[in-house]
Design a binder for this molecule. Structure first.
Ligand SMILES: Nc1ncnc2c1ncn2[C@@H]1O[C@H](COP(=O)(O)OP(=O)(O)O)[C@@H](O)[C@H]1O
Ligand SMILES: CC(=O)OP(=O)(O)O
Ligand SMILES: [Mg+2]
Length: 441
């Protein structure tokens, strides 16, 4: 693919292949105001495909000019089975429904979860494609999906450059004693066995969203959930590790467990899994398959939707309070909620101490962090001893408020608590638009 600088103006397509979703945004680079990162790109449209790993997938498409406070309409699409078919569905829809000239797309930014030792964004060439492909085993739910979208872009949008932006880049500042595992370092170095950390594009976006705050404890809570301690604008520690399975539990991921557990769970831990739904062209073991795909709150409750867990938990609690005897099995919703809460609090306490109590704000982000009034309430209530307190009304009214950052804390004499509507696509598009090497000046 070519790496020639594009003209000053042009369209940037940003694609975010998450573990069970594909989020796509199209931006126009406004060459007239490249000074500020905030107005360098204008959003033209967004499209989201969710439930990719739990069919039927749900598709939405919205032109920015028609958005104005309206939720995009969602429709189930049976033909979507993976990230490649999700992206193809988007391209077909774009061709049919929107008056966008696809030849005006000059750069396509791809969120790549595992970048290994790549720190800067890279143009996709044979060499970088294969490097990312080799890392797929370390991000079995992610890299394969991003690569399949890149392949489609090379075929369907041959005049655009594909550029990879890495989740791992943000965490390159972690001190060695934090990123290193206490194992033999000759083996660790040879095989790249260290903590990389993920969700970095989201953390970078959050940091940029309010430049006055530079020391933060951030919770990015989505299908994949992680936390990050940011000290003076740099990642100090994060909960995911060599792969995104560690740290907090996720929709289908176990989060941190005793590493020996898996050998007691199955006697096939080291065998290559035959389940091809985990990812494309990836060799994962039965152990990785179990911990990445058959664990998490889906294993505890049967749903990957944390919103359902909260609403079912509340229904059961209401019945219990009204005197009804509730079957033990119905306690599963609260157990899932409490496990998530417990793990979050564990890292919150640890990060507060690691930051020496210098915390400008506690930040909630990601699908759960941005939408679960109840989880935010429970976290902040339990973190009272650290000087955090919630304004219950502000917490309940986040959805009605505009802007990337919404304050939900009691501000007087208390530390700041905020919700940040994170946007990994916008982060990549801004980075791309601000990189002189990608544009003719
Ligand atoms: N109202 C809600 N309350 C709690 N959780 C929610 C709510 N709405 C959505 N979610 C959760 O947000 C998740 C999606 O988060 P998101 O960050 O978009 O995920 P992804 O990891 O796919 O990028 C859903 O799987 C669901 O669990
Ligand atoms: C790294 C990760 O888990 O990403 P996502 O939450 O988008 O699946
Ligand atoms: Mg995500």
């Amino acid at each position: 693919m070519s790496a020639d600088p594009a003209p000053k103006h042009g369209l940037i397509l940003a694609v975010n292949a998450g573990s069970s979703s594909l989020k796509i945004s199209l931006f126009k680079r406004d060459g007239a105001s490249p000074e500020s990162p905030h107005d360098i790109v204008d959003l033209l449209l967004t499209s989201t495909i969710t439930n990719i790993s739990q069919p039927p997938a749900s598709f939405s498409f919205q032109l920015a000019s028609h958005a104005e406070g309206r939720e995009a309409k969602k429709e189930p699409v049976k033909s979507i089975k993976d990230h490649a078919s999700a992206f193809q569905h988007f391209l077909d829809y774009l061709k049919r429904e929107a008056s966008i000239d696809r030849s005006e797309i000059v750069h396509i930014c791809h969120r790549v979860v595992h970048g290994g030792d790549y720190f800067e964004p890279v143009i996709i060439t044979d060499e970088s494609y294969h490097y990312i492909e080799r890392l797929s085993d370390l991000a079995p739910l992610h890299n394969g999906g991003a690569l399949s979208v890149m392949k489609a872009c090379i075929q369907e949008l041959p005049n655009a450059n594909s550029i990879a932006y890495f989740d791992t880049s943000f965490h390159r500042t972690m001190p060695q004693h934090i990123s290193m595992y206490p194992i033999r370092q000759d083996i660790a170095k040879k095989r790249g066995l260290k903590k990389y950390g993920f969700h970095g594009l989201s953390y970078a976006y959050i940091l940029r969203a309010d430049p006055s705050q530079t020391s933060l404890i951030v919770m990015h809570l989505g299908s994949g959930a992680s936390m990050c301690a940011i000290k003076h604008g740099k990642s100090l520690d994060t909960t995911m590790g060599l792969t995104p399975v560690s740290g907090l539990p996720g929709a289908t991921r176990s989060g941190a467990i005793d590493p020996s557990l898996i050998f007691h769970y199955t006697n096939r831990a080291g065998r290559i899994s035959h389940d091809r739904s985990v990812a494309v062209n990836v060799h994962v073991t039965e152990a990785e398959e179990i911990l990445n795909k058959r664990s998490g709150w889906a294993a505890l409750t049967g749903t990957t939707d944390f919103g359902t867990i909260v609403s079912e938990m509340k229904k059961v609690e209401a019945r219990r309070e009204s005197g009804e005897v509730v079957a033990e099995e119905e306690g599963k919703w609260k157990i899932a909620f409490d496990i998530m809460l417990d793990r979050i609090l564990g890292y919150l306490g640890a990060y507060y101490v690691k930051l020496g109590g210098e915390v400008d704000a506690l930040v909630f982000a990601g699908g759960i962090g941005e939408r679960s009034i109840e989880l935010r309430e429970a976290v902040v209530e339990n973190a009272k001893c650290l000087g955090f307190a919630l304004d219950p009304q502000a917490n309940a009214e986040v959805d009605g408020k505009d802007g990337a950052v919404v304050d939900i804390g009691k501000l007087k004499d208390m530390r700041r608590v905020v919700v940040c509507r994170t946007d990994e696509q916008l982060e990549m598009a801004k980075e791309c638009a601000m990189s002189p090497k990608f544009w003719q000046q």
